[in-house]
Design a protein around this ligand. Structure first.
Ligand code: MN
Length: 740
């Protein structure tokens, strides 16, 4: 355990003017408050906040942060209060400790939907003072280091949370050392089999390659010295988790990975970085596609370095990073490093950018505007299959991806769903079938007279909405049949010289073998109960002179209505499956397209099976099928009468192909087209058309019209294209291409 004077000396070692009294008071106060409390491993509890403080001294943080670290568990776990801490240590430290106390409670909740809300609160707390996050991460790091003493189920949950939330957050603020250690510690518990496999294999390879690594290190050091460059050369084997992630992403075995070793050359000045690069490139052959200059173009989180890959002495690929010491500090410690440089001692040039970018993210998230960007950068996969939307009062509604305002309405309350007639998204009136995005504020417009159209059933994605619509539809249909039954009975009773009143049926229910009057009426309306049987049940001595009063069959129906659930509501096609023909006589397998109108796909990037689709009636032309996400649909927003509810009517494993359009942005170099064509060929994507355009000196845009079997096929092609090093972007186009 670190002693009091050691801690103080360490802080004054890197921060001469640090307030020693604050540190001494915090040390004594926390030790006394935690008193004889023990940790799970039997250590005195105080060892934990002390270790957390020690981790933060390695990051060279100021005395307020270190004091807050020492005190971080006192409000939660002892009789200490915010008021007392304010009085002794000042409001700033009190604020930090209280922030950490609030965050501690978040750890206890792990339900997915609640985590999103907690993530927001966490980020709000950080946005007030980023030092809260630094202490929180150090706290989590120490807990992860001592996780072995926890019961197994708790261990797994904490590890998963670390992997999903805290490690990405550390990465987001540029603390890569912290991120890697958190991931590595969590990996062992989240996926023990994979961890054992990768570490065992890495150890074996390390044995084999030890000579190689020292040869390269020595050669580099020697050459740089000859050029008069003062440099430190370090080699390292990649961490188990980052190796595992690469294997997963690239679907490669560990032996196939080319870059298990990284070399880092740290020099004094930017000029030396480029001189070093020259030495490296004249010594070994470079791999052009792998060269990246993050010194001239720093990453968003302030990361700066030169990355290059060369073919090493025994023909293997070697990854090198070249950077200055200051860049190294920033790369390892991220935001924490800026506290060291902020007083201008060491330049402090890009100082605020990482912090500014974090603040921006937090502000966006706090406003509920665009969590997507955040999720994208942090890879919080946990949330990727969900969208989080808000009621006008700010309540969060978590929905599966692809959900519509109708799903939203049903998630709020069944009554809200059943009476939904329209919606506003972020204040604008939008179609109720719009796909919701993260952060959307949704206001449902309701009408008491509404019953949900049966067609909605095929639009919604949540089970609750689907079940409620089905139930409401069934009830509404029943009501219609009951009304019809009433009219039938009125006429039948009149013919028999009687006056009909629905109340009369109540006494006859046992004879009719029906439970309620409505049941009986609806069954008459459906044709399942003959009117003459009802008359006989009500007037047992009624003698019918005419014969042949059989009930009509389903096929005959009543009054020209065809029986069948949902039929009364369907717009406007029949439920029969049909294969309408398109222009060139090929059948398009769409269900719900009405009459004999020709059916065609939207010419600007059509729909493929797996897409949700809508049909648009085009007078004089027929029906055009659009994927529901097509931007072209907005032009029909004001014409609900033209929208048709259609569905795919295609068998699994059908060999039919459908046109799709994709756009590929690729590096403009020889072999690019060949690499792309190879993906297309391997996946049996019929290329129908290709248009190329050079948009920037180094890039070209290509638009391919291809034919695919379905959405899975299309997505597979896009994934494989994206994985090609020459491809910077590959995406599907539906609707007119904005670039065209
Ligand atoms: Mn703690």
């Amino acid at each position: 355990m670190m002693r009091q004077y050691e801690l103080v000396e360490k802080v004054t070692g890197y921060k001469k003017d640090a307030d020693e009294a604050i540190l001494n008071k915090a040390y004594v106060y926390a030790m006394q408050k935690h008193g004889s409390q023990m940790r799970a491993n039997g250590d005195p509890y105080f060892s934990h906040p002390l270790e957390v403080a020690a981790i933060l001294t390695d990051l060279r943080l100021d005395e307020e942060t270190i004091a807050a670290a020492l005190l971080h568990d006192t409000i939660e776990d002892t009789d200490a209060t915010r008021k007392e801490i304010d009085a002794i240590f000042g409001e700033k430290i009190g604020f930090l400790v209280e922030g950490l106390t609030k965050l501690k409670r978040l750890d206890l909740v792990s339900k997915k939907a609640e985590q999103a809300e907690n993530l927001r609160r966490l980020l709000l707390a950080i946005s007030d003072d980023v030092r809260v996050l630094l202490v929180k991460l150090a706290d989590r790091l120490h807990n992860m280091r001592t996780l072995g003493h926890m019961p197994p189920d708790k261990r797994k949950r904490i590890a998963a949370e670390t992997m999903e939330i805290y490690a990405p957050l550390a990465g987001r603020i540029g603390m890569h050392g912290m991120r890697e250690e958190l991931e590595e510690l969590a990996f062992r518990h989240v996926n023990p089999e994979a961890y054992d496999m990768v570490t065992t294999k890495l150890a074996g390879l390390g044995e084999i390659n030890r000579d190689l690594v020292s040869t390269i290190t020595a050669e580099l050091a020697h050459k740089l010295e000859k050029e008069g460059i003062k440099a430190t050369v370090r080699s390292r084997q990649k961490r188990a988790f980052s190796v595992f992630r690469k294997m997963e992403n690239k679907q490669l075995s560990l032996e196939q990975l080319s870059d298990l070793y990284g070399f880092r050359i740290i020099v004094d000045t930017v000029e030396d970085c480029y001189r070093t690069l020259g030495v490296v490139h004249t010594t070994w052959q470079m791999v052009p596609a792998r060269f990246k200059d993050f010194i001239s173009t720093p990453k968003q989180n302030d990361y700066r370095s030169i990355h290059t890959t060369v073919i090493g002495p025994s023909r293997q690929r070697i990854e090198l990073q070249i950077r200055t010491w200051q860049m190294h500090e920033v790369a390892e410690y991220g935001i924490a490093a800026h506290t060291l440089y902020k007083d201008g001692k060491a330049g402090g040039d890009a100082g605020g950018t990482a912090f500014a970018s974090l603040r921006r993210t937090i502000a966006q998230l706090a406003e509920g505007v665009n969590p997507e960007e955040f999720l994208e950068h942090t890879k919080l996969e946990l949330f990727l299959d969900q969208v989080f939307c808000f009621t006008p009062k700010g309540r969060i509604i978590a929905l599966p991806r692809g959900a519509t305002p109708i799903d939203f309405a049903y998630a709020v309350h069944t009554d809200v769903g059943n009476t939904c007639v329209g919606c506003k998204i972020n204040g604008r009136i939008m179609p109720v079938i719009t796909e919701l995005k993260n952060g959307d504020e949704v206001e449902i417009i309701r009408s008491k007279a509404q019953t949900p159209p049966a067609a909605w059933e095929s639009v919604v994605v949540t089970g609750k909405a689907r079940a409620s619509i089905r139930r409401a539809t069934r009830d509404a249909i029943r009501k219609q049949y009951a009304g019809l039954g009433s009219r039938i009975l009125e006429r039948a009773f009149a013919r028999a010289g009687k006056t009909f009143d629905a109340e009369m049926l109540a006494g006859a229910l046992p004879r009719l073998a029906r439970e309620t009057v409505d049941d009986a009426l609806a069954d008459v309306g459906r044709g399942e109960l003959a009117s003459v049987d009802v008359i006989r049940a009500v007037f047992p001595d009624y003698k019918d002179e005419r014969v042949n009063h059989r009930a009509p069959t389903r096929e005959e129906g009543w009054f020209g209505l065809k029986a069948g659930a949902g039929m009364l509501f369907r717009i406007p096609g029949s439920r029969r499956s049909r294969k309408p023909a398109n222009g060139d006589g090929k059948a398009i397998p769409i269900r719900g397209a009405s009459g004999d109108l020709p059916v065609r796909f939207s010419p600007n990037g059509g729909a493929v099976p797996g897409d949700r689709i809508v049909g648009i009636l085009t007078p004089g032309e027929g029906i055009t099928i659009y994927p529901i996400q097509s931007p072209e649909l907005t032009q029909f927003d004001d014409m609900p009468e033209r929208w048709l509810d259609v569905r795919w009517d295609i068998e699994e494993g059908s060999s039919e192909r459908f046109p799709a359009r994709i756009k590929v942005v690729a590096i403009n170099e020889p072999g690019t087209l060949a690499a792309i064509a190879e993906v297309m060929a391997n996946n049996d994507a019929n290329i129908q058309n290709l248009a190329m355009q050079r948009t920037a000196p180094d890039f070209m845009d290509m638009v391919f019209d291809i034919e695919v079997w379905d959405l899975n096929h299309l997505n597979r092609i896009l994934r494989q294209l994206t994985a090609k090093p020459v491809v910077s972007r590959a995406e599907r186009i539906v609707g007119r291409d904005e670039a065209a």
